[in-house]
Design a protein around this ligand. Structure first.
Ligand code: PLP
Length: 403
């Protein structure tokens, strides 16, 4: 497939708006919508329950989607659990593990709230130690400090890519450190899956979380929790009930094997099938082409921002910078004044450009940089350099108006 042209043909919304809010959620290609429609129109039935042929087909397609996810992240079929989103996946990990007072959890100061709040909560509830790997204002981690902090940790939880700074963290190295210490390694891959290669084995991940609706271009309401087989014995399903058992009497139950053990109740069947189609679609495009296009967009955006004197955040080393560029516009003659990010977003909206503004669910980073928030342009492979040029043109007028 040709990037971005062929992908744009499959996403009608790209003809109507300039969509730069892909870190929040991406646009949906037609084959994904068609796969979900087919489920609703041709074999709408519950999974794992019926012997009739609609239920059989639904089960088959649902499990085929799991197989696709497993192959995509280099996991085994049983290790892939469908959830609602990355947030749910991360919460399930925190609730499903056993904690004892004094256990140490190590994370970073750059995490999305969804990979921070669950750890703060269990730390408070069980008297655990929560420590943060040091890093600079661009989001670059101090790996020597990581090695020190990870010593004696029970669990290490890090994001692959920051949704505010765009920094790509050294998850593979951190995973290796965690494994050498016998710690459980958790990866929040919400901003990386679908944008770059994510291989759970290479990353040494024991758990990995992502959402279908971001990088993979799948529907909302479907997420994935990868659980390494070795964790099955120590990871209890926080939710149990229909579908999770092998046997039940009035006072007892025996849980069934994964993945069903971890999927209580009727799942998001259409969502999983849509995610399967989305993964087929991403595979057809090719992750290398996606990465190359996003790199081009980030390079042009940051160069343009530099020319216009627009502050942008995250690593200057663009090899470490994923397709997420946060920025602010200052007024040179008013010390400390910055246009409110919501105002930037509203101005761009008037020009048909959709970006995100605010704290992006990463308040500790916003506070650390002493900002009220950021404006954020985030890309996918269907975005074009021409769209970036157009945004830069609009922002140039904004910058001029503040001089
Ligand atoms: C790094 C990161 N982790 C977790 C999440 C949570 O994803 P979701 O809202 O789909 O649960 C996000 C969402 O923006 C994110 O960027």
């Amino acid at each position: 497939m040709k990037v971005p042209d062929d992908v744009r043909k499959d996403i009608p919304l790209t003809q109507e708006v300039i969509y730069f809010d892909n870190a929040a959620t991406s646009l949906t290609p037609l084959p994904v919508i068609q796969a979900m429609n087919e489920y609703y129109l041709k074999y709408r039935a519950n999974v794992h329950r019926g012997v009739h042929r609609l239920s059989q087909r639904a089960t088959h397609e649902y499990e085929k989607a799991r197989e696709k996810v497993a192959k995509f992240i280099n996991a085994e079929f049983e290790e892939v659990i469908f959830t609602k989103n990355a947030s749910e996946s991360l919460n399930l990990i925190a609730w499903g593990l056993e904690w004892k007072k004094g256990d140490k959890i190590v994370t970073t100061p750059y995490e999305h709230h969804s990979n921070l709040l669950p750890w703060i909560r269990v730390a408070r509830k069980y008297g655990l130690k929560l420590e943060f790997i040091e890093g600079d204002d661009e989001g670059n981690l101090d790996l020597a400090d990581a090695e020190k902090k990870i010593r004696g940790a029970k669990l290490v939880a890090v994001q692959h890519v920051s949704n505010i700074l765009g920094v790509i963290h050294e998850v593979e190295e951190l995973g290796k450190m965690a494994k050498e210490e016998g710690a459980i390694f958790v990866v929040d891959a919400a901003q990386s899956v679908g944008h770059m290669e994510v291989d759970v084995r290479k990353l040494h991940a024991d758990f990995l979380a992502f959402s279908g609706h971001k990088g993979p271009m799948g529907p909302t309401g479907i997420g994935v929790l990868y659980v390494r087989e070795e964790m099955f014995d120590i990871f209890e399903p926080p939710l149990i009930g229909g579908g999770t058992i092998e046997d039940v009497s009035l006072n007892e139950y025996k849980l069934t094997a994964p993945p069903e053990r971890y999927e209580a109740g009727t799942p998001n069947i259409a969502g999983a099938i849509g995610l399967g189609a989305a993964i087929d679609y991403i595979t057809k495009i090719g992750l290398d082409k996606i990465e190359r296009q996003e790199y081009k967009l980030v390079k042009r955006t940051t160069e343009g921002f530099d020319d216009l004197g627009i502050e942008w955040y995250g690593p200057r080393n663009l090899k470490k910078h994923a397709g997420v560029v946060s920025f602010n516009i200052a007024a040179p003659h008013l010390a400390g004044f910055r246009l409110h990010p919501h105002d930037i977003a509203a101005i761009l909206d008037e020009h048909n450009i959709m970006i995100r503004s605010g704290h992006h669910c990463v308040l500790p980073v916003v506070k650390r940089l002493k900002l009220q928030g950021t404006a954020r342009a985030s890309f996918h492979c269907y975005n074009t350099v021409e769209e970036v040029e157009y945004m830069l043109g609009v922002l140039e007028e904004v910058v001029k108006s503040l001089r």
